[in-house]
Ligand binder design. Sequence first.
Ligand code: 5AD
Ligand code: SF4
Length: 489
Amino acid sequence: MEPLRVHITAYGCQMNRLDAELADDLLRAAGAEIVDDPAEANVLVFLTCSVRAHAENRAFSNIGALAERKTREPDLVVGLVGCTAQQYGPEVWQRAPLVDFICAPGRLADLSDLVREARAGRRSVALDPGRGKEEREAFGESDARIDAVEVRGRRRVGRSRQAFVRAMRGCDMFCSYCVVPNVRGPERSRSPAAVAEEVQRLVDRGVREVTLLGQAVNRYRFEEAGRAWDLADLLEKVAGTPGLRRLRFITSHPKAMTARLASVFRDVPLLCPHLHMPAQSGSDAVLERMNRGYTAAEYAERVAMVREAAPQVAVASDFIVGFPGETREDFEATADLARRMRFASGFVFKYSPRPGTLAAQKYPDDVPQKEKERRHRQLLDLISEIASEENQAFVGRRVEVLVEGLAPRPHLDGGPERGMQKGWKQWRGRTPCHRLVVFDGPPFGGAPFGSEPQGRRQGRPDLAGELVTVRIDRAGPITLFATLLENGS
Ligand code: 5AD
Ligand code: SF4
């Protein structure tokens, strides 16, 4: 049989990006070559997202577009993995008949078996247990298998030397609009020992920045030998990893924000001052229907608590506009919260009714699409304006940046021109507070602008993965433009 050549496409959140890296690790361990060009692959794996209809439709339409190729290449294997697999199960075949296997997020460890079955001409489905009490136990076995893959920390380390590490799986919050509790199952925290071991292994392989992941990661709780660990305890433990330079965690639920966790921002220098804590709405009536479990005033109190402990923390939020029954006044309350909180950044989503969620069952999707779009635009503009004002405070400051790679496209309006004239490249990276920085730096290997050179060439530094010091010259709503001062550490 032809050697395995796999291409992986991931949609959606950081959990999916981590799952894509694990899929890469698992399939390489099974002898596969991972290819960048889908045309060269004989196995196509899609890591799907069901959070909004848009992400789901994109995956289905990209899979659907393979129909002609599948007729030409009947041996081509197409796998649908992740949240959409669990959401629809075998019904996936009604929408995408050419799919060969369907694999839930918790069954990732079965991936190479599923590929093998598909190559032998057999279709298969690997789903997670449901959410009932008895099924909770059943997650244990599949979690243990994927945990063993995660903990060995053997997956490919990107040039930026950043890595995601799972702290928790699943979600028990049941926000009324959200599919996650249905598709990723009940909340399960990993043991502090497993998390710390994985982090150490990744750091030993060159990782400098680790982001601990969980849907509501500040609900982390692990009981062991009479001791209950929370996220603050876990962060303190992981921050002690020799060689680790930066630590982050996402995403936090406002309801689970504690003074103890806020104090970790103050007391643990390695912990980056960035808190992603979605407000979703600023209207108490909407928050109630969303089942978020807090009021706008309580949200503001939690932010104040964090800022009191550590004023340097950049707070970022997500918002949903056009939730069922959201009036103009409700929307104004959201805009008002954004104005008062002065978020460093924010994502705004148009409400998308999702099958199987409480909101889709209970509340008609009654805000017209045009109005959703207007509110979306208006809130984005407001967030940009505030972020831009906040970013001006950085102008003139020296900041440390972890370089992620070359900027994907030149910011001709932003860069100090002199660098460009010397033939320097534009690089991009992140401040500790997660702001995006673009600066000119020494060329690397002479690759065309925007392409990612592979490997280091003699005498030409590759800045990706380096911690450099820059001076901020100019600030926009999203990007800070800077000059390189110190080159690498
Ligand atoms: N419609 C729109 N946005 C949603 N999100 C989650 N579910 C939905 C939905 N049904 C948003 C929330 C969450 C982010 C990851 O996606 O803002 O924080
Ligand atoms: Fe969804 Fe709410 Fe859980 Fe986040 S906290 S994954 S929005 S249910």
